[in-house]
Each structure stands twice: as structure tokens, then as C-alpha cells.
Design a protein around this ligand. Structure first.
Ligand code: NAG
Ligand code: NAG
Ligand code: NAG
Length: 312
């Protein structure tokens, strides 16, 4: 039997990896705690995001954290629940509890990204400023930020050719705002640069709404996806670290530690390795084999390790 296994999977390192993977899929209860979590609530955590200090990319640590199984994005304007992460397209979707939607209007201070945060607004994100003071908001006045000199609505608002404001005003709570529809200002952050800041106090607006998809029903604002879509980059060159994909394949979590921020692969058995978890899983479980003989798992280990000893 041993000979047959060797014929199928020849290099013994591959067999070792295979067996170690098999081990910790089979008996996860024997593992000690893994510092870096692979999930936060229902959200799967992968590089560059991490659950704890030392996990994920250090550039992201101060902005995204797992708090009581809820993934939260923090900026200088507040804390925002992460709704979902699209790892393929590198987009993180957040919600702002202070934001107005088709089902409610409420006051908000606005939203801003920290100037040095590793995020930018996704092109799909559209904001609408609501309830702005016609008397004092700089989006209407001639001495405002970007007015056209005629005292009319500023270039800041990209309303031309979009029926978005009329759709929003078809929502009952928004229609009760005591201001005409012409005061609704569409604000597209991608035109305004990465350090875009929507300071509603400065803009003299009471509330705003934001969304990133019409969900194929542009005329049905009830069904739009409200929230904010942000793009992220792994590094200046946006390269996914090769060492990290190898680590994640072995059920590890990538992190950085120490004064020099050296790469670590935090493994399911709690150990930190410099590469991946394939070897450490086999090694660690092998040591445990001789300690608790209480359950049948020990016997499986014993048999598996006997095969390994024969091979090596
Ligand atoms: C492994 O790394 C994590 C994250 O950097 C750290 O919190 C933990 O203490 C380390 N564990 C060990 C056993 O060194
Ligand atoms: C101001 O309004 C006039 C007439 O409505 C228009 O011709 C002109 O282009 C406007 N000025 C600016 C700077 O847009
Ligand atoms: C919103 O979408 C749901 C499911 O697709 C649909 O049943 C509902 O009619 C839509 N709402 C409106 C106002 O069309």
C-alpha cells in the first residue's frame, strides 16, 4: 500500500503536504487558537484585511478591524459596518448608518476618507446632497467653492442629464424635505480627487444619500444599493504578495510582525511560519499524538505517521 501511494504522489514533500492538509481538515478540534481569524462574522477575511494586530497588511489595520464579529471601517468621520468585500475586483462595500435612503431621511455629518488611507472611491459610488440651505450653502452661492459665476448651482453638482434627483424625490421620506427638487445636488466623488471630503456642515446640508448600484432598476430607488463602494490597492504597484497566496492556500492567514514588519503566515495551530502551514500542521499534530490518547484521532495519527516514518 505504501508503495502504491509513493507511485501516485512521488516527491515526498508533496506527500507530506498532502497528509498535513488531510490532518487538520479532519481534526480541527485539536488545534490551539489561531490569532488571525479567517472570518469576521460571516465575512471571509483575506489579505490585505486582518482581524487582529499583526494580521493582514499593516497599512489597512488602523482602518478595518473585526469588532465582536463585525467588520468595521473607521475614518475620521466615523465607523462604518462593512457590508461585503469583493476580493476579485478589490472593492469594499460599506454602509453608513447616518445616511438617508429611500426609506428614511436623517441628519448626517457626511463622509470622508483619511487623506493617507489606502482607499479611493469606486466610480460607481454616487452621492446626493439633500436638504442644503439655499441661503448659505456654498453649492448655490456665488462665493462658493466652484460656482459658475451666475449664482446658480455650482459645477460641484453633476446634475446634468441625470434623472437621479427626480427618482430620489419619488421616495416618500425624501419628498417630505421642505425644499424643491432643484436643490438636490448629485456629487460624484471620482471627479473630486482621492482626498474628497463631504463635510455636510461646511456645505450647509443636513443629509445625504449614497448608492453604488441601481440593481438594474433605475426608476425604483427603493431597490438601489445604498452605501459606499471603495477600491483598495495592495501596494503602490497593486501586487498581491506571492508569499501570501501560498500561505492562504495552506489555510494560514498572512500577517506582518516585529520591528521590520516581516511576513508571517499565522497557521491554524497557532504557530507563525515564515512561508506556509503545510509543514507545521504535520509537525505540530505529530507531537500532539503522543500526549492525549483519549480519542480515536490518536490512532489515525499513529497510522498516518507510521506511513510517514516508513517513507522517510
Ligand atoms: C503570531 O503572530 C500574531 C500576529 O502577528 C501574533 O499576535 C501572535 O502572538 C504570534 N503567535 C506566536 C505563537 O508567536
Ligand atoms: C451665466 O449665465 C449666462 C446666461 O444665462 C450664460 O450665458 C453664461 O455662460 C453664464 N456664465 C457662466 C460662467 O456659466
Ligand atoms: C424591488 O425588487 C423586488 C425583487 O426584485 C421586486 O419584487 C419589487 O417589486 C421591486 N420594487 C419595486 C418598487 O419595483
Amino acid at each position: 500500500m505504501v508503495v502504491r501511494i509513493m507511485n501516485i504522489i512521488h516527491p515526498s514533500m508533496t506527500l507530506l503536504s498532502f497528509l498535513s492538509l488531510f490532518f487538520f481538515l479532519l481534526i480541527p478540534s485539536l488545534m490551539s487558537a489561531q490569532t488571525c481569524q479567517r472570518t469576521c462574522g460571516k465575512q471571509i477575511l483575506k489579505f490585505p484585511f486582518g482581524s487582529d494586530p499583526g494580521c493582514g497588511d499593516p497599512r489597512f489595520q488602523q482602518y478595518v478591524s473585526c469588532n465582536q464579529q463585525r467588520l468595521i471601517l473607521t475614518t475620521h468621520t466615523g465607523s462604518y459596518p462593512v457590508s461585503t468585500i469583493d476580493y476579485t475586483n478589490q472593492v469594499i462595500y460599506i454602509s453608513d448608518p447616518s445616511m438617508s435612503t429611500c426609506s428614511c431621511t436623517q441628519p448626517s455629518k457626511g463622509f470622508g476618507l483619511d487623506w493617507n488611507a489606502p482607499f479611493t472611491f469606486h466610480d460607481d459610488t454616487i452621492f446626493a446632497l439633500l436638504d442644503c440651505s439655499t441661503a448659505s450653502s456654498p453649492i448655490y452661492t456665488a462665493n462658493g467653492l466652484n460656482t459658475d459665476g451666475n449664482g446658480s448651482k455650482a459645477l460641484l453638482c453633476a446634475n446634468e442629464g441625470t434623472p437621479i434627483c427626480s427618482y430620489l424625490y419619488s421616495c416618500r421620506p425624501i419628498s417630505t424635505i421642505n425644499l424643491p427638487i432643484s436643490t438636490c445636488c448629485i456629487y460624484a466623488p471620482m471627479d473630486l480627487g482621492p482626498s474628497f471630503e463631504m463635510d455636510l456642515k461646511k456645505l450647509q446640508c443636513t443629509s445625504y444619500t449614497g448608492f453604488y448600484s441601481f440593481n438594474g432598476q433605475e426608476a425604483n430607488p427603493e431597490n438601489w444599493s445604498y452605501g459606499i463602494a471603495l477600491k483598495y490597492k495592495f501596494s503602490v504597484n497593486n501586487d498581491y504578495p506571492i508569499s501570501c497566496s501560498q500561505c492562504e492556500r495552506s489555510y494560514g492567514v498572512c500577517g506582518y510582525t516585529g520591528a521590520y514588519n516581516s511576513f508571517i503566515c499565522n497557521c491554524p495551530n497557532g504557530l507563525n511560519m515564515s512561508t506556509d502551514c503545510f509543514f507545521t500542521a504535520a509537525y505540530n499534530n505529530g507531537l500532539r499524538l503522543f500526549l492525549p490518547w483519549k480519542n480515536g484521532a490518536g490512532l489515525i495519527y499513529f497510522l498516518a505517521w507510521s506511513i510517514l516514518w516508513v517513507l522517510l
